[in-house]
Design a protein around this ligand. Structure first.
Ligand code: PLP
Length: 282
């Protein structure tokens, strides 16, 4: 049975219902967060919760997050996910239920809080070792994509363009700069330097991105946070995406051209090894 959380209650998914007047449904007026748990252990949960709080503050949604860590743990247990290698908890908070207006509903309207947990299945090592393909897609998102808002239509269309092209990832490009993926951050290895876009309003500040930066520095790699132009990334030695439901995914072909020598490179391999070791726990 799939147990979900809705507004303070734990219940079977098929009994969880929300109003058609929910502002998330009508207006995409809300935010979300996706937190991993490795063998039942929440990973970097504080960082996910900090990002959630920042989003709530930016959107001026009033919600007390005190119970969220316990809710995450309880959902994982209720869904028997303590023993799986990777589980994720998806949490969404909207501005609640009210007759449709563009402005905020009356003060005191309770937000809608919904969460579910499910397993994330890592690719087999043999598959990962072959590498993945990506295409570039114009970034048509709004100007505050550092907020993890639920309105993801441009991301959906970008990822569908990748699926239509028969590849795994979409690399979003704005004004000539390779910003990030449709649901992951992007890194390039340029002359040996591990390079990724700075944490501005133009990318989501990925928790995995930050973790990978720390792993790279621990491994003695040089890391630079700066915008990377699309022409530059086409000549990169390596490209890889990072994210909670991506972990580290190496790109060996971009727009049908090989990246570097067309194989998964040593930097992505070393970082993935460190990532797996760092998340496997005691
Ligand atoms: C657009 C975008 N960038 C980056 C990420 C990666 O963030 P995180 O590593 O915190 O999962 C995500 C995750 O969903 C995303 O949607």
């Amino acid at each position: 049975m799939n147990t979900v959380y809705l507004n303070g209650e734990y219940l079977p998914k098929d009994r969880a219902t929300i109003s058609v007047d929910d502002r998330g449904f009508l207006l995409s007026d809300g935010i979300y967060e996706v937190t991993p748990a490795y063998r039942g252990r929440l990973f970097r949960h504080d960082q996910h919760m900090r990002r959630l709080q920042k989003g709530l503050d930016e959107l001026r949604i009033e919600y007390d997050p005190t119970d969220l860590p316990e809710m995450h743990t309880r959902l994982i247990t209720a869904n028997e996910l303590n023993a799986v290698d990777v589980a994720i908890v998806y949490l969404q908070i909207t501005r609640g239920v009210a007759p449709r207006t563009h402005h905020f509903p009356p003060k005191g309207t309770p937000p809608t809080v919904y969460a579910f947990a499910q397993a994330y299945v890592r690719p087999e090592t043999d598959r990962w070792t072959l590498g993945y393909e990506a295409i570039t897609v114009p970034d048509r998102r709004w100007g505050r994509v550092d907020i993890k808002a639920i309105g993801l239509l441009p991301n959906v269309l970008a990822q569908q363009a990748a699926v239509d092209a028969g590849v795994e990832d979409a690399l979003l490009v704005k004004e000539g700069v390779a910003l990030e993926g449709s649901h992951a951050n992007v890194f390039a290895v340029l002359d040996g330097v591990v390079t990724t876009h700075p944490a501005t309003e133009q990318i989501l500040h990925g928790v995995s991105r930050q973790y990978v930066i720390e792993l790279a520095r621990d491994l003695g790699m040089v890391v630079e946070e700066r915008p990377v132009r699309v022409e530059e990334i086409r000549g990169a030695d390596e490209i890889f995406f990072t994210g909670t439901t991506t972990e580290i995914r190496p790109t060996v072909r971009l727009d049908d051209q090989p990246v570097g020598d067309g194989n998964v490179g040593p930097v992505a391999r070393a970082l993935y090894e460190a990532f797996l070791a760092g998340t496997s726990g005691p």
